[in-house]
Structures are given as C-alpha cells and as structure tokens.
Design a protein around this ligand. Structure first.
Ligand code: PEP
Ligand code: MN
Length: 376
C-alpha cells in the first residue's frame, strides 16, 4: 500500500510526525519513505510493506497528511500501474521531459570514435532541432579483442561538444560503477555542459549489483534495456530494482530478442510490447530499431526495415527512440552496417513525425469510441 501525502507534507512536518506515530502501532508493517523533490514542491510517498491487506483504505486516507491511498499489487510495486491508477512516472531531466505521452529522439553514435565524427553528428542534430543523442564510450563487446570504447578519455570532448551544440541529454551505457563516477567527474569538469542518461545494456539487465548502484544515485536518469534472452517480466523486475533503490527517472527500452533461427533481423523485433509495458507500468518506453534490425536492408517500397520498425513502435505509442547514425558508417568502429547516414537524418525524422501524428490521431479516435465499449 502507498500513502501519497499532500504536497509539502515533508518528514519535518507535524502531520508527518503524527502519521509516523500512528503507523508505528502496526507491528507487522514496515514503512519506507520516498521523497520527490521538484522545483515547486516536495511530494512524499510512504510505502507500507507487510500485511497491509488488513488495513482499511478509508481509515488510511483519514490519517494526518495523507492525500491518497493506493493499494498495490505484488508485481512492480513502485513502477507498476496498479488497478486503474493514473499516477505517472514522468520526469524532467536537464529541461527535457520524459513521459508516457511524449516522444524524444536520441539519434547518435553507437560508439564514440573521433572528435571529428562526434562534432559532425552533433552539428547535424542541432541543425535538425534535436536536443538529445546517444554516444557510447564504454562498449560491452562479445569478442574481447574488439574495440571496447574510448572510455573516460573521450568524455571531456564529447561533453564539451554537446554543450556547444545545445544537446541536453546523452544516452551513454555504463557497465561498471566506476563509469558513473567518471561521467559525474567529467560533467563537473565541463561545468555541466550537458546531461547524461545512464544506459544499462541488454547484457547487464540482470546485473543486480550494477542495478542497485545505478538505482541508488539520484542525479542521472536511467535507460534500462530489456534483456535479450529473458522474459518481459524478468526485465520489468530489473527496472523495479532501480526504483526500489530510490531512482524513479527510469525509461524502459525494447531492443529485440535473440531467437537464433536464421532470422532476417539481428534480433526479433518486439515493439508490439510498447503498449504492454505502458499498461503494466508507468514508465516511458524506448525503442531501439538499430540493435533489433541490425542492417540497412530496405524493402521494395524503398523504406529501410529500420524505419519500418521505428514507425511500428511510434505508431504504438513509443516515448523515446535510440538510433545509430554515423557520418561515415564504413569507418565506424562498432555497428557500422546498421548506422544511418547523417544525410538521412531529416528523412528519418520526417518518417517519425508521420508515425507520431498517426498515433495521435489513433488516440483521438480511441477517446471518441472507447466510451461506448465498457471494459476498454
Ligand atoms: C547499444 O545501445 O549500444 C547497445 C549495445 O545496446 P544493447 O545493450 O541493446 O545491445
Ligand atoms: Mn551498437
């Protein structure tokens, strides 16, 4: 059960003290406090853990400081969408809003290679009105002899250039807690020229110690990729690990599943799960067409498979797109064959806008009609 307190009822207030005294009477129930500090107000949530079935919702609602009471199901206690609960998990980071109702595009380099390529990429993004990107510095590779990313050595120029071209958020994978410190220090050294969304890759979805460390820091939002060989439920529980440590700025990423049956794509595209994740949880959902399709193959209609699947994810309500571009894909050190050319950026963005508009029209149609069909 979650008690949502009235805005600005904080740990220091009288209401909170009285509430705590009341809760202390329940010997078989523990409480855990979560504070969300916004610019205008602080929102406090009290998580009651234990035998809460015996508690009466109306009694709890009448306690000092309590505004609302949510009875949570066992699944995804913090991130889940319990019953018909409308609380959102939206957040604003470095001026960019992430929610289940909007869309941010993160086009960029799979792996940082040279400052020149970083600059060409960022300049193109700025020219097309973009404020987010992806830049891999720490690359977990299947083969130990493959390029492993430039690591902390590239962070100063990546962050400086991002600041120069007005980029607000960079999605960057981390595979070890030291990477979080390196990113924090490098951002500090550049006077916080930009912001970073820490990415947990598919190979680390169930690296629970990494999840706990990344979940415990409250400075950076987190993009958690779905594990490519585990169930959706297991991946959503991995997101819950992050939340249970305190971080609520979480985006869930779909990136295709391993099937190894000679499929035409690198992974089996799972973007049909966009609405499923939005129904089960309150997290914004990201799609990664590059790592799921893995090539620039096009069909006879001249549309690349990568653009087709992007449109499929967006028309189903995706909230973020992570996509590989490169100024010279043949020279890319990682995943060149799946990178789109910078010259294709306006075409890609136009295609995304078409799909988004179609999604918005579908939502209006659903609003009009769904009321006639009880149960939807
Ligand atoms: C990536 O986005 O660069 C990446 C390695 O993705 P994934 O973890 O989904 O393979
Ligand atoms: Mn890649």
């Amino acid at each position: 059960m979650i008690l949502i307190l009235r805005p600005n009822v904080t740990r220091e207030s009288d209401d909170f003290r009285q509430l705590s005294a009341h809760l202390a009477q329940f010997s078989n129930i523990r409480s855990r406090i979560h504070e969300e500090r916004g610019e205008q107000q602080t929102l406090t949530e009290v998580y009651l853990i234990g035998n809460t079935a015996a508690l009466d919702i109306d009694d709890m609602r009448a306690l000092p400081g309590v505004e609302r009471v949510v009875r949570v199901s066992e699944e995804y206690r913090i991130l889940g969408r319990h019953h018909d609960e409308q609380r959102s998990c939206e957040f604003v980071y470095n001026g960019v809003r992430f929610g289940q109702d909007n869309l941010n595009v993160f086009a960029g380099l799979c792996a940082v290679d040279t400052p020149e390529h970083v600059e060409l990429m960022l300049r193109a993004l700025q020219a097309h009105g973009q404020q987010c990107t992806r830049m891999g510095a720490y690359k977990p590779r299947t083969n130990p002899y493959s390029f492993q990313g430039h690591g902390k050595q590239c962070l100063p120029y990546v962050f400086d250039l991002a600041g120069k071209y007005g980029i607000k958020v960079i999605a960057m994978e981390v595979t070890h807690e030291s990477h979080v410190d390196e990113i924090r220090n490098a951002l500090h050294a550049t006077g916080q020229a930009t912001g970073v969304m820490l990415q947990i890759g598919t190979r680390n979805t169930q690296n629970f110690e990494l999840l706990k460390i990344v979940g415990r820091q409250l400075e950076f939002p987190v993009l958690l990729k779905r594990g490519f060989g585990i169930t959706l439920e297991e991946s959503l529980n991995a997101a819950e690990y992050l939340a249970s440590e305190g971080n609520r700025m979480i985006v869930f990423g779909l990136r295709g599943m391993k099937t190894n049956m000679g499929d035409p794509h690198r992974n089996f595209v799972d973007f049909a799960h966009v609405p499923v994740v939005k129904r089960l949880t309150r997290m914004p959902v990201c799609i990664d067409p590059s790592h799921s399709v893995g090539s620039r193959e096009a069909s006879p209609d001249h549309v690349m498979d990568m653009m087709h699947v992007t449109a499929q994810g967006v028309i189903a309500g995706a909230n973020m797109i992570l996509v590989d571009f490169h100024p010279a894909p043949s020279k890319a050190l990682v995943d060149g064959p799946q990178a789109l050319y910078l010259e294709e950026l306006p075409w890609y963005l136009e295609d995304v806008a078409i799909a988004r508009e179609a999604y918005e029209k579908r939502i209006s149609a659903a609003r009009k009609s769904a009321k006639n069909f009880p149960g939807i």
